[in-house]
Design a protein around this ligand. Structure first.
Ligand code: SF4
Length: 337
């Protein structure tokens, strides 16, 4: 399998015609992950958030959101239902809801683990937490934590989130220190972002040695201060996926829902550019429409089962195969984490 130097990767990335870049990314994915596209069941368990990110539809100051948080029993039942359908990885995702304690969500994770004989892998994602809290998660059976850094541009980060990027990076370091697999990611097409930013985003992901990393194209929401911003092309996210794949051959890279929302075949395009994960949305249909980080989000009326069926067809259409296994970080599987 050919490995690429940084110079070669950037030369490929900067070519006007991305055909060679995508081919290299596809081959690199096949060499490291085979034909598989792994499924991870997503449960959006709370849309409450104390943070006010400029780009986010469920930001604190958006009063036009019907706020919800799922009961622990509901989260467990949703995961068990997915488990019975074959899924072995679940991502419990929410805003920074300070009404739900880390202890409570850890208890929910313990219940899922017990009821699945410890077979299900759990990723948590609900904002910045302390090192002690990450350690508590690890001790409670949480396998992975997902915290996107959103942009590598310090000034842009501060403008969008009102806090320093360095704090976010320290969080990511703490997640690793606690022994959790580390997931992160960023947006492309943010107002004020440059091509240099997009390259630096991928280089930062490489430097952080992320186990999982995803790109979401920015989609402006009317309910945010960034309403009316230019919708940049999805190509940034697709080419970015290929760049990430070449820089991080072993990482798990999702084909994101935001890409599918911006373009009907956005997720297929991401898979063709090196993504190897899809996330069927298991969130109960009754609240799915209330977890709107951006407008035009797809699959709001579909059940988790329908999502799995749809994704299976999409994956087949690009010559890959659905895989239901846990898909831990490759370095964990090599015993090195
Ligand atoms: S992006 Fe996350 S932290 Fe920021 S407002 Fe939205 S839910 Fe809250």
């Amino acid at each position: 399998m050919k490995t690429f130097t940084l110079d070669e990767i950037l030369t490929l990335y900067k070519k006007k015609d991305p055909t060679e870049l995508f081919k290299a990314a596809w081959d690199t994915t096949t060499a490291n992950h085979g034909e598989s596209v792994y499924l991870r069941g997503l449960v959006e368990f709370t849309n409450k958030c104390v943070i006010n990110c400029q780009y986010c539809g469920i930001r604190r100051d958006n009063k036009n959101v019907n706020r919800y948080s799922l009961e622990s029993e509901t989260i467990v039942d949703v995961c068990l239902d997915g488990f019975n359908k074959g899924l072995r990885t679940f991502v419990l995702q929410g805003g920074e809801d300070r009404d739900i304690s880390v202890k409570d969500i850890c208890q929910t994770v313990k219940d899922i683990k017990r009821k699945t004989d410890n077979e299900a892998a759990i990723t948590l994602s609900f904002g910045s937490r302390t090192l002690d809290e990450y350690k508590l998660m690890k001790d409670s059976g949480v396998d992975r934590y997902l915290l996107r850094f959103e942009t590598s541009d310090q000034e842009l980060y501060y403008r969008l989130r009102g806090m320093p990027l360095a704090d976010r990076l320290k969080n990511l370091e703490d997640i690793r220190t606690a022994g959790l697999q580390v997931g992160s990611g960023y947006m492309t097409g943010l107002p004020g972002e440059s091509e240099e930013t997009r390259i630096n985003n991928a280089l930062l992901s490489r430097d952080l040695e992320l186990d999982m990393v995803g790109i979401g194209p920015f989609i402006p929401s009317d309910e945010t201060p960034l309403a009316g911003s230019v919708q940049e092309p999805i190509d940034y996210a697709i080419k970015g996926t290929a760049l990430l794949r070449l820089l991080l051959p072993k990482a798990h890279i999702p084909a994101t829902t935001a890409a599918g929302s911006l373009k009907p075949t956005g997720r297929e395009d991401m898979i063709k550019a090196g993504a190897n994960v899809l996330m069927p949305n298991l969130t109960p249909v009754s609240v799915k429409k209330d977890y709107l980080l951006y407008p035009g989000k797809i699959c709001l009326d579909e059940t988790g089962t329908q999502c799995i069926g749809c994704m299976s067809m999409r994956v087949k259409s690009v010559g890959r195969k659905i895989n239901f296994s846990r898909a831990d970080a490759l370095r964990l599987m090599n015993g090195k984490i």
